[in-house]
Ligand binder design. Structure first.
Ligand SMILES: [Zn+2]
Length: 142
């Protein structure tokens, strides 16, 4: 699926408490959302995303904290989210085995084509892609 990029879809303004003062969604991808690429990259304190089904305002930091403050994951999450809440997409990725959590260092890893954690070098077992919570069998050689 091609990632569509533009400047801004819809309008979202918030007051200093983070409450929405103006919200207009536009159709994008699979639903009606607000999404502002420029805000995500240049204005971390401004709204960059509102999903279709709830009036929840997301800012860059919200994406960052969902992604363990790993910028490359947060960016992928922001680019690919197109109607759902970012946490729902994270859950989808976990279920599909697209991301994994390293049992050793706790970092999130994009699992395509990765057999070792790029952060600590711990090996990632392919059969264990959906069980970040469970004990798993990957071994680390120190
Ligand atoms: Zn690791």
């Amino acid at each position: 699926m091609a990632v569509k990029i533009s400047e801004c879809i819809g309008i979202c303004k918030v007051d200093r408490n983070g409450s929405i003062t103006e919200l207009q969604r536009e159709f994008f991808g699979q639903g009606w959302i607000f999404k502002d690429w420029k805000a995500f990259h240049e204005h971390p304190n401004e709204p960059c995303y509102v999903p279709e089904l709830s009036d929840t305002v997301y800012m860059r930091d919200d994406f960052m904290s969902l992604c363990n403050n790993q910028e490359e994951i947060a960016e992928k999450l922001f680019y690919e989210v197109d109607w759902q809440s970012p946490s729902a997409l994270m859950y989808e990725w976990e279920t599909d085995g697209e991301i994994n959590t390293c049992g050793q260092c706790g970092k999130i890893i994009l699992t395509y084509d990765v057999h070792k954690c790029p952060h600590c070098g711990c090996s990632i077992s392919d059969n264990d892609s959906s069980s970040a919570e469970k004990q798993h069998s990957s071994s680390c050689n120190k």
